[in-house]
Structures are given as C-alpha cells and as structure tokens.
Design a protein around this ligand. Structure first.
Ligand code: 5BU
Length: 260
C-alpha cells in the first residue's frame, strides 16, 4: 500500500483526486452514513459529523419527506465542512435503464452525488450506461466487489471479473466497495462498510469488523460507519473517535510498511 499522497498522481478521475486531497487535509478516512428517514435527521447528523469525515454516504430512497431542497441543504453542508457525497444506489440493471435511473426520476442522482456505486452482475453495460451520464458531470463510480453481509454470493471468480471491468473503465471507476484490498493498482480506492469499534453482527446478517482490522489487516482505505455513529449518544464525539481510530490505523499501517 502506498500513502494517499503517493496514490494521488496515479488517479485520473477528478473525484478520486479531490477525495485523496480531502483525506490528507482533514486527516480522515471516515465515511458516515446516516441511514435515517427524514431530511432533518440526515442533515442534523451530516452537520454534526461533517468536520470528521471525508465522505457522507446517503440512501436517498429511504427518506420519507424528500424534496429537492434536501439536496441543496446537503450540498451547503458539503461545502461548509468539505466532504463528498456518495449515494449508495447499487445500480444493477442493463445500461439503458441505469442511465435513466441515474439521471431522471425524483432524485436526479447524477446531478449531486459525486460518487455512486453499481453491481457488476449485469456485465460491463451497467458501467457504460452510468459513465455515459456521469463522466461529463465530473462524477465517479465504485463497483461492488464484496459485501459485508453473511452468506453473500460474491465468489472469487465474480470478484476477479469485477476488478477486470474496473480496469477497463478506470477514468470513471475509482475503486470498490470491498472487505479487503484486491489488487495492487494504486488508483483504486477501497471503501469498507460493516465497521464498528467492536466486531460482531446485527440481527439481519450485517457483519462488523473494527477500523484497525479493516485498515491494518485488510488494507482498505475508507471505513464506512452508520449505526456505530448515528445511534451513539453523542454522534459528533463518536465520529471524532472513529476518525481518530481510522487515521491512527492508517499511520500504523504506513509505519509497518516503511518508506516507499
Ligand atoms: P451500518 O449501520 O454501519 O451497518 O451501515 C452500513 C451501511 O453500509 C448501510 O448503509 C449499508 O447499506 C451499507 N453497506 C453495507 O453495510 N454492506 C455492504 O456490503 C454494502 C453496503 Br455494498
């Protein structure tokens, strides 16, 4: 693994460059997802955790009272605190359909999400469809290479072929959602969900690892934390605890590897 600074020159996509730059300047490899169902709840958490994060991850389709104003307010918070917005949409259809889903409907995801993601199950058309809309808007895509949930169907072959697809679209695909680093390519950024300060499970198949396990042992770049932070008594304080845990793990990893 190279440092974030050393990875920067390898990235061609502007979102990847911006992300690594933010991570360095904010000393943060933390992404928070406030999976809450009203605009106010999501915006309140975003404002509280904003100083500690490099990315805010959304599930815009779980919000009951969504209006386009929500996006405007989220963008204002993203400017105020300097974080990127990642809509965890997990596109998974033919190219023409994902293109429509990304650009149209109620949410117009392509107009505000710096990053979104897709399953590769349909084949490369899913990437081509999203890229035909997102690249010229300066957006980026992550591919799902692994999931955190119990008994998932991601096989070795599926993962390998997903990496190959990413390599063929590295102007738009900036990395993966995965549980571990899967290739040495310095331009791919690894985001890992299923993170809590204590490892364990929830009641519906989610599996948690610690920030140290993800960053030091599994060599990923960004930890994604939801309930561990937004369900805490003081989400603001808790986000700082996770930011420090993630950043310290990254520093420790660099020490273990030694000068590059
Ligand atoms: P949690 O509250 O920290 O468990 O939230 C995890 C988030 O990451 C949640 O929004 C999921 O939709 C998302 N997620 C995940 O948990 N596991 C995966 O493999 C992928 C996404 Br991909």
């Amino acid at each position: 693994m190279l440092s974030y600074e050393d990875r920067l020159p390898h990235c061609t996509n502007p979102v990847a460059k911006k992300l690594l730059t933010l991570m360095i300047s904010k000393e943060s490899n933390l992404c928070v997802n406030p999976d809450l169902t009203t605009c106010e709840e999501v915006l309140t958490i975003a404002d509280k955790v904003g100083p500690s994060i490099c990315v805010l991850k959304t599930h815009v389709d779980i919000i009951n009272d969504f209006t386009p104003d929500f996006i405007k307010e989220l963008q204002q918070l993203a400017n105020k605190h300097q974080f990127l917005i990642f809509e965890d949409r997990k596109f998974a259809d033919i190219g023409n359909t994902v293109k429509l889903q990304y650009e149209h409907g109620i949410y117009h995801i392509a107009d505000w999400a710096h990053i979104t993601n897709a399953h590769t199950l349909p084949g490369p058309g899913v990437i081509e469809g999203l890229k035909s809309v997102g690249l010229s808007k300066g957006n980026a895509l992550l591919l799902l290479a692994q999931m955190s949930s119990k008994d998932n169907l991601f096989t070795h072959d599926y993962i390998h072929r997903t990496i190959k697809m990413a390599e063929q679209h590295k102007d738009f695909v900036i990395g993966f959602i995965a549980q571990q680093r899967l290739s040495d390519a310095p331009h791919f950024i690894y985001f890992t969900p299923g993170i809590k300060l204590q490892s364990g499970n929830d009641a519906l198949g989610q599996q948690y690892n610690t920030p140290e396990h993800a960053i030091i042992k599994n060599d990923v770049d960004i930890i994604i934390v939801g309930r561990g932070i937004f369900e805490a008594e003081n989400p603001e304080k808790e986000a700082e605890i996770y930011r420090q845990a993630g950043w310290n793990a990254y520093q420790k990893k660099l020490e273990l590897i030694g000068p590059t």
